[in-house]
Design a protein around this ligand. Sequence first.
Ligand code: NAD
Length: 331
Amino acid sequence: MKVLVTGGAGYIGCLVVDELLKHNHQPKVFDLFNWGKESIEPFMDQIEIYEGDCRNSRDIIYALEDIDAIIHLAGIVGEFACKSNHKAHFSINIESTRTLINCCTDPELDLVRDFIFASSCSVYGNVKGLHDEVTEETPTAPLSSYAHAKLRSEKIILDAMESVPHFHPTILRLTTLFGWSLRPRLDLVTNLFAYNAWKNGKMTIFGDGLQYRSLIHARDVARALVQTLEAPRLMRSGRIFHVGEETNNKTVKEIAEIVQSQLPSAEIEMNPGQPSDRRDYRINCRKLKNIIGWEAAYSVEDGIKELIENLNTMDWDWESERYRNHLFRYV
Ligand SMILES: NC(=O)c1ccc[n+]([C@@H]2O[C@H](COP(=O)([O-])OP(=O)(O)OC[C@H]3O[C@@H](n4cnc5c(N)ncnc54)[C@H](O)[C@@H]3O)[C@@H](O)[C@H]2O)c1
């Protein structure tokens, strides 16, 4: 398949490109390259690149030529980043989904039948005391504008399926990612703790640290996206799946302790007075395993170990905004 990967140079995107190539697909990266092109440099001679903005229908229409499927990852990721520019957040995280869907389903243009969207389990908000675990049928209760935008995009996509015959979208709600990628993100809780422990010898927990996060390695997510795309349409069309691993459901305090087990000199500092991210949930991840046959390969321990190894060996400017989404000036 010739697959358009929007956001293909990002944290997840560059791993998806690698995975698509391993499966003999032809990736075409569509990206604004907010973080540059270094993450896809190893693949340059095997892929197509379209530098464009997914808010711009002209860019999308030209990029869609000969495309069989789309994996839609482009976006502003995380609540702090979304809050930094509300207009950019609205136009990229909601309206560009509408533009993309219009362009790939309009009868004037060639229909792109297969569409995978990277949504987020943040749509569930805080279920403590309500649900021991969250399935794909659990009612959503987003706490952030980022999570609201994901839900609105899901609706745009699933509504299009109702009105366009032979359009087969799938929604993957990702748990929180961790681990190494050629565009590393050091703003995600596990990676942030590992970086702070490595750099400053200290991790700070806001709140009581007992809130649950469901975690998944970025490379496992890339495999899930590609494996879902390759599954028969009957198995995936119009469906919502969680991408996660139940043994990686950890409290924030447990995550810090796993980091500490690998960097024993690092301290854990509790800051209960400081408000923390209120999300709290344990995600049931069986549906994707049962229907698509995908399974996670990496534990949180594996991801932290690999990240620390790379921090030790790569001579990169780790303090750069390039590795922290909320520091970027979105327009
Ligand atoms: N990382 C996570 O924990 C996580 C969890 C759940 C869902 N997701 C979703 O997965 C997707 C990818 O996340 P990521 O962590 O790889 O983020 P990322 O910031 O590393 O990648 C996003 C990419 O999108 C590109 N982009 C941004 N605006 C664009 C625009 N207008 N047009 C074209 N390209 C644009 C950026 O240049 C970047 O390369 C996002 O949709 C995100 O919401 C991520």
